[in-house]
Design a protein around this ligand. Structure first.
Ligand SMILES: NC(=O)c1ccc[n+]([C@@H]2O[C@H](COP(=O)([O-])OP(=O)(O)OC[C@H]3O[C@@H](n4cnc5c(N)ncnc54)[C@H](O)[C@@H]3O)[C@@H](O)[C@H]2O)c1
Length: 367
């Protein structure tokens, strides 16, 4: 949340009140960072937010949401690959490798970063194809950021966990916050280990790290990044373009899903909540809606009656079979006021409308 003195801080000099804040080392995410005192004039630099993995499915939308809240210059988007996405280029964009700790530290110092959202990871399906590298990226990337917080280079971290922390021995329906967790994928193992390390760094070193177990995320703005729930994004594109879709999961595979708008709202809400209300420093269950491919196809048929779906399950079926069908998110609701807004009907309608609009705009303005 923006500090109430934010407007005042936009001046290059600060008054006596502000000097007192500096003297008492009082600070907040939008607040000042003391650089030097020149002729009794205190120079400062505003603190910023860094997103690592900003070019991905979540990163683009999170960057846009945080920039519209705090201003373009206050949110540093970064990724290992360059971008031509105009939304990401509205503000600073850095090439950054989550495995390069000195590079991250240099970026943090350059921009006076105080909050980091670490999104870079290999997702479930991609990770199964390269387990060693998935483990390395997902764990070493997290340690780099946790250690920077432990070394007091940054104040606050968001790190996403996933419903992949659960496994086939977990109760499948209304999966509780605390339950049996025996993940069978390298992705799930890395997320569960990451959760335990987040908790450990909080308990042992006081690191302010916050985490959500995202379900499958459904958005229209960018391509999905290699997860087991990707079908629920592809299906809308194929329905609009070709009126049919071949699904890589079985018709009755029920999984927890969430509209991207809800996920972004949850992410910002947990980061803005008072530290004392975040009782759980591993990962919070959050629920949006749960559906099977056949149920989603039914919703699509309300808008495109001739839509046809067929099924050719592949290796991702085994991953999906190991995950919950629905999630109990009562802890997130109690602790920091989480509430989803999109049910399956609204999700489906919004996806069809927005993708159709995007495709029409693309045709109207060819590149
Ligand atoms: N999308 C989902 O449904 C979902 C569900 C649960 C959890 N999550 C988690 O949310 C996070 C983001 O997911 P996403 O869907 O946006 O993934 P994505 O694959 O779409 O995006 C990840 C981004 O990280 C970048 N990246 C990869 N390696 C990097 C490196 N070494 N350094 C810097 N950047 C690097 C990629 O270029 C990509 O732009 C991940 O931690 C993922 O596990 C996502």
């Amino acid at each position: 949340m923006a500090c109430s003195s934010f407007d005042k801080h936009n001046d290059k000099t600060i008054d006596a009140t502000m000097k007192n804040r500096v003297a008492s080392k009082e600070n907040c995410c939008c607040c000042i960072h003391l650089l030097s005192t020149v002729n009794d004039t205190v120079m400062y630099m505003e603190s910023t937010i860094l997103i690592i993995g900003a070019s991905g499915q979540i990163g683009i939308e999170l960057t846009m949401a945080l920039r519209s809240k705090h201003g373009n210059g206050k949110v540093i988007a970064s990724d290992i690959r360059p971008t031509s996405d105009t939304a990401l280029l509205q503000g600073p964009y850095e090439i950054l490798d989550a495995l390069d700790k000195p590079g991250i530290l240099a970026c943090i110092e350059k921009h006076n970063v105080k909050e980091v959202y670490l999104l870079a990871a290999l997702l479930s399906a991609t990770a199964e194809k390269n387990p060693e590298f998935a483990w390395r990226l997902n764990m070493e990337g997290l340690f780099n950021i946790l250690d920077l917080a432990r070394e007091k280079k940054i104040d606050k971290i968001f790190w996403p966990s996933s419903i992949a922390v659960f496994g086939p021995t977990t109760p499948r329906e209304m999966t509780p916050q605390r339950t049996v967790m025996e993940p069978t994928t390298v992705y799930g193992i890395s997320k569960l280990a990451g959760e335990r390390w987040c908790e450990y760094y909080h308990q042992r070193y006081g690191v302010d790290v916050r985490s959500i177990r995202y379900p499958g995320l459904i958005g229209y703005r960018s391509e999905p990044g290699g997860g087991t729930t990707d079908y629920a994004v592809d299906i809308f594109h194929q329905a609009i373009d070709h009126g049919k879709y071949t699904c890589f999961l079985k018709a009755d595979t029920k999984l927890p899903m969430m509209m991207m708008e809800d996920a972004i709202r949850a992410t910002i809400a947990i980061m803005e909540a008072p530290s004392a209300s975040i009782a759980n420093r591993s990962g919070y269950n959050i629920a949006g809606c749960s559906f099977t491919p056949e149920e989603l196809a039914e919703h699509i048929r309300k808008e495109i009656p001739s839509f046809a779906i067929s099924y050719e399950p592949d290796f991702r079926q085994a991953i999906a079979d190991s995950w919950p069908g629905s999630i109990d998110d009562s802890c997130a609701r109690t602790d920091w006021g989480w509430q989803s807004e999109y049910d399956t009907a609204l999700l489906s309608k919004t996806m069809l409308q927005e993708i159709t609009k995007k495709k029409a705009e693309h045709i109207a303005t060819p590149r």
